[in-house]
Design a protein around this ligand. Structure first.
Ligand SMILES: [Fe+2]
Length: 227
């Protein structure tokens, strides 16, 4: 049996796919006349756009230079797509502002426009992530050892602030298989301060089915937290 290689993309992309799908559905059903629902939906959308922007920046900063150095020319396509994504994210933020500023039928129409443009941006992003997980990984696996890939991964994690980490865990934890989830929290337990590890477990907990939570706790052999 071949040993699975260190995958820099798989887990975070699972989280982003869930976050994108959930947010698209929320924008689609948003009652634009309900201020509380509008505010919470647009806040979720803005959090998604921020995370997508940060994610692309991490890849530009930590992964693309390695691709470029080991096999020149292999990072250009993805970097250009990230630039295009930044433009789309700016446009989506403007559309969210327009929904907030509008009223009545104009606001409902602005929300439908936003929903459609978000769907198109997500469609492109899904294709883009597939390219990264196949073409970029093929280069990384041919040119780098797993130790080198772990170092890149750890440098990315070190650059992430507490708020972004909580956001990532909120979406990534429920999107992984039990095996992947256990590996994620096992690594956090080994590398992060105990209070950070416990805080992130609590971030994940409300979003995990009891079955998945039990598998996780059993898997990492951590004492169950207070109920
Ligand atoms: Fe990317």
């Amino acid at each position: 049996m071949t040993q699975a290689r260190m995958d820099l993309y798989a887990s975070i992309h699972k989280g982003l796919r869930s976050f994108m799908a959930d947010t698209l559905a929320a924008v689609g059903r948003m009652d634009t006349d309900d201020a509380a629902e509008r505010d919470s939906t647009l806040a979720q959308l803005r959090a998604l756009l921020e995370l997508l922007e940060r994610h692309a920046r991490h890849e530009d900063e930590f992964i693309h230079p390695v691709l470029q150095a080991r096999r020149p020319g292999t990072a250009g396509g993805c970097s250009a797509e990230h630039e295009r994504q930044r433009g789309q994210l700016r446009a989506l933020r403007r559309q969210a502002d327009a929904v907030e500023a509008g009223s009545g039928e104009a606001r409902a129409a602005a929300a439908l426009d936003l929903y459609r443009q978000l769907a198109l941006a997500i469609a492109e992003n899904l294709t883009h992530m597939h390219e990264e997980e196949t073409a970029n990984n093929a280069v990384l696996w041919a040119e780098c050892t797993d130790d080198e890939l772990v170092q890149i991964h750890d440098r990315i994690v070190e650059s992430v602030d507490a708020q972004e980490m909580a956001q990532v865990i909120r979406w990534m934890a429920p999107s992984l298989t039990p095996h992947e989830r256990t590996a994620l929290f096992g690594a956090l337990q080994a590398k992060a301060p105990a209070e950070v590890f416990h805080r992130l477990l609590e971030v994940a907990r409300p979003h995990l089915a009891p079955r998945d939570w039990n598998k996780l706790i059993f898997g990492i052999a951590a004492a169950p937290l207070a109920a």
